[in-house]
Design a protein around this ligand. Structure first.
Ligand code: MN
Length: 147
């Protein structure tokens, strides 16, 4: 990787491929990933840019690793634990370990955010039927989540 990856129009970075969010699954929709910085650059972390199109959503998941998320494009909402928050540039979102989370854009704009994670991390887990019953306990959350 060159020292500088120039920012291009439409939230692309020079030399950085835009990839699938996850290798496979039907638990997410209309979301792409660009890995801007990886462990090969000398830090035990990855910095990714994710972008979700209107109507799309990230996986409803939890895991032992944490996320530091900085919103940089569009608007939307995020579920963290059992609360839903409105998000816009340049809001900072903290996802603590073992906390359910899901990102969704507003209806009329994509949602783009930087996400910092440990390079070595555990695999996300998705909710069981029992978990879903608990997560869906609040009407607002039940209307929000896509799983
Ligand atoms: Mn996650």
């Amino acid at each position: 990787m060159k020292p500088v990856n120039r920012f291009q129009k439409d939230f692309r970075w020079e030399g950085v491929p835009r990839k699938a969010y996850k290798p496979e699954g039907d638990h997410f929709r209309d979301i792409t990933r660009q890995t801007l910085f990886g462990p090969e650059s000398g830090l035990d972390a990855e910095l990714r840019y994710f972008e979700i199109e209107p109507g799309g959503y990230s996986t409803l998941e939890k895991h032992a690793h944490a996320h530091a998320v900085l919103i940089i494009r569009g608007r939307g909402r995020v579920l963290v634990g059992d609360e839903i928050f409105e998000i816009a540039p340049f809001d900072m979102v903290r996802v603590p370990p073992m906390t359910w989370h899901q990102f969704r854009p507003a209806d009329d704009t994509p949602l783009g955010f930087l996400c910092l994670v440990n390079a070595e991390r555990d695999r996300p887990v998705r909710p069981t039927k029992e978990d879903l019953r608990e997560i869906n306990g609040r009407r607002e959350v039940a209307d929000y989540i896509r799983a």
